[in-house]
Design a protein around this ligand. Structure first.
Ligand SMILES: Cc1ncc(COP(=O)(O)O)c(C=O)c1O
Ligand SMILES: Nc1c(O)cccc1C(=O)C[C@H](N)C(=O)O
Length: 416
């Protein structure tokens, strides 16, 4: 079995190990929750001070032009684009993932309704285990449209293919499942959806910045995702939306606010959408938070996503191997696929007292999170985690389980 010394040597041989210096993390914390809230890039503090003291404090309203605030959603979109296999002028960083999903789904349903061959279709396919906001947004929009749209909720990834048939208007899937960490095959599913005449929307919340994504190569239609997880944009940082170049001129969504106008400052009472991706914008953006996204994205310029993916898989392989070897006496079950082609960058493991065990880990500075039912989630983020961190985290887990050092009767915090 791999020893702690082996892990130290793996860290010494790791070309990506220095990237940890880009982040500010408390000493002695092993942070396994970058899949929920990424760590803070050191540069974020400098950038925040600059935005608040100089751009806001001194330059005031002039900063919309002088500091490029107005263009920030598209500038950041261009910076993010290579990480998701998109091109320039195809992505904007704006609003939340939920809101962007609403726009993308509304636009996709509208485009399908406008085509004779697909106008009668009323089914939206997604996974029952998709992150709830995705399901809620689709339910809410369907109810609001009141035209008979309804969800077909699929129970297992292997059933998706059969569920996407010629009744389906839109397929809306999350690339890496928030709970299981299961990675779907974007290219094959997109090709199948298109062959059935459906449009394809991808939620990249758990894949952007975690693994290579190839939206254009997969010929997807729309994508959305978070910047506060693997892209390290900060708590609640604005999300992104991608529209395939072929759809940009038809992309029409109901949140047609003035930031999506072709010429916002003409103050025209008629809405004329921007000719490009900026039509996906709605209203004024939270500039301070948006500025932090740049600090997160800048780190990716110092490495490449393929190398990060290799390290992420090596970390999660090591984590699984050590948990299975060192905690074998305990009722743990691996939820995440072992197969690399089906695994994102977090590992989920059940324990009947999963919440209590996770709280005990957090109390000992090994920070992951808990999701129903019984799931302990461990994010293996290659930018700031080493192999020795993984070894040490599993050692704390083993100790907690061996000594049953957790409180099974504690009440739950609001955020688990
Ligand atoms: C798959 C997925 N979609 C969306 C979200 C979040 O959306 P929002 O930022 O709008 O809360 C999350 C996590 O919070 C998620 O895991
Ligand atoms: N978005 C979150 C939030 O607003 C509060 C606490 C956690 C989160 C999360 O990121 C949840 C996350 N999408 C998940 O995969 O569970």
């Amino acid at each position: 079995m791999i020893s702690r010394n082996d892990c130290i040597q793996m860290d010494q041989a790791d070309d990506l190990a220095n990237l940890k210096n880009e982040f500010s993390l408390p000493d002695n914390v092993i942070y396994l929750d970058g899949n929920s809230l990424g760590a803070r890039p050191k540069a974020a503090l400098t950038r925040a001070q600059e935005v608040v003291t100089q751009e806001w404090g001194m330059d005031l309203i002039r900063s919309w032009n002088k500091a490029g605030w107005f263009d920030l959603p598209s500038r950041l979109g261009d910076q993010l684009a290579p990480l998701i296999g998109a091109g320039r002028d195809e992505v904007v960083v704006t609003d939340s993932t939920s809101i962007n999903l609403f726009k993308a789904l509304a636009a996709a349903l509208h485009m399908q309704a406008a085509q004779a061959q697909t106008a009668s279709r009323r089914v939206i396919v997604t996974e029952r285990s998709n992150f709830p906001t995705d399901v809620y947004i689709a339910q809410g929009l369907s109810r609001w449209l009141d035209r008979g749209y309804h969800l077909r909720l699929v129970d297992a990834p292997e059933d998706l293919h059969a569920a996407i048939d010629r009744d389906v208007a839109v397929v809306m899937l999350t690339h890496v499942n928030y709970r299981s960490g299961h990675l779907l095959d974007m290219k094959t599913l997109t090709a199948h959806a298109h062959a059935q005449g459906a449009m394809m929307i991808w939620d990249l919340a758990h894949s952007a910045g975690a693994l290579p994504v190839a939206l254009n190569d997969a010929n997807a239609d729309f994508a959305v995702g978070c910047t506060y997880k693997y892209l390290n944009g900060g708590p609640g940082s604005p999300a992104f939306i991608w529209v395939a170049p072929k759809h940009q001129t038809q992309f029409s969504h109901p949140l047609s606010g003035w930031w999506g106008h072709a010429t916002p400052f003409t103050m025209d009472p008629r809405f004329t959408p921007d000719p490009g991706i900026r039509r996906a914008l709605c209203g004024t953006q939270p500039i301070v938070s948006l500025a932090m996204v740049q600090a997160g994205l800048d780190v990716f310029a110092k490495t490449n996503i393929e190398a990060l993916r290799r390290k992420s898989l090596a970390l999660s392989d090591l984590f699984i191997e050590l948990v299975e070897a060192r905690c074998a006496a305990h009722p743990l079950a691996l939820v995440t696929p072992r197969n690399h082609a089906q695994r994102g960058s977090h590992v989920s493991i059940t324990h009947p007292q999963g919440y209590a065990v996770m709280q005990a880990l957090i109390a000992r500075s090994v920070i992951g999170d808990y999701r129903e039912p019984e799931i302990m989630r461990f994010g293996l983020t290659p930018l700031y985690l080493g192999f020795t961190d993984v070894w040490d985290a599993v050692e704390v887990l083993r100790d907690i389980l061996d000594r049953q050092d957790f409180n099974a009767n504690q009440s739950r915090d609001a955020v688990t």
